[in-house]
Write a protein of this length. Structure first.
Length: 200
């Protein structure tokens, strides 16, 4: 049985977890263990909600962390069998300070990987502050609010991003908050794109 339903601020995903889900669940568990607030965003949210497309990464936003916390995270990841395909995990703090994303993957694997970014603007902060819970196979991970995900994807404008927005809007149109969606559409200046989406 597989089904996807949004109710009471929770996205229920009834299917076998795929490789991306397993990676997200495992990484979320480590971030919780270290005490780092985080939220999954972007393309992975569309895939989680049933969109069939490939991706090499799972995007996660984390709250700003200090050097000690970054070191603790790097150590915990190494212990749990992860590495940095693009740079050593020990340079995590400097990378995040420079607003460079970090790649994290199970040892000896390059894709798929987790792409870790620090919250930098009001949209990132809103994703973190207003995260929903996604339940997959009895596990829970935080995901960005769907209204903001749709508006943000429209603002990116690439074909895959527009398709992600269409997928989320079509699937959840009945349960989305129209006022919230319209607020983000206005803040991201994508009224024309949103109008096309509604009439697609």
């Amino acid at each position: 049985m597989s089904g996807i339903e949004l109710r009471d601020e929770t996205l229920y995903v009834e299917r076998e977890p795929n490789q991306l889900d397993e990676l997200a669940i495992a990484f979320s568990r480590i971030l919780d263990q270290v005490g780092i607030k985080h939220v999954y965003i972007a393309g992975y949210v569309s895939i989680l909600a049933g969109r069939a497309r490939s991706t090499e990464d799972v995007d996660v936003l984390i709250e700003p962390i200090d050097n000690t916390t970054a070191d603790k995270l790097a150590t915990t990841l190494s212990t749990e069998g992860y590495w940095g395909p693009a740079m050593p995990l020990t340079s995590m703090y400097e990378m995040l300070e420079n607003e460079d994303p970090i790649w994290v993957a199970p040892t000896d694997q390059i894709t798929p990987h987790i792409e870790v970014k620090t919250v930098t603007d009001e949209f990132d902060q809103a994703s973190l502050s207003h995260a929903l819970s996604a339940q997959i196979d009895g596990q829970s991970i935080p995901i960005g609010p769907l209204e903001l995900q749709i508006a943000y994807k429209l603002s990116l404008g690439a074909q895959k991003d527009i398709e992600d927005a269409v997928h989320l809007y079509t699937l959840f149109e009945e349960t989305l908050s129209a006022p919230q969606l319209e607020t983000w559409v206005s803040r991201l200046d994508v009224e024309a794109e949103y109008d096309r989406l509604k009439h697609a």
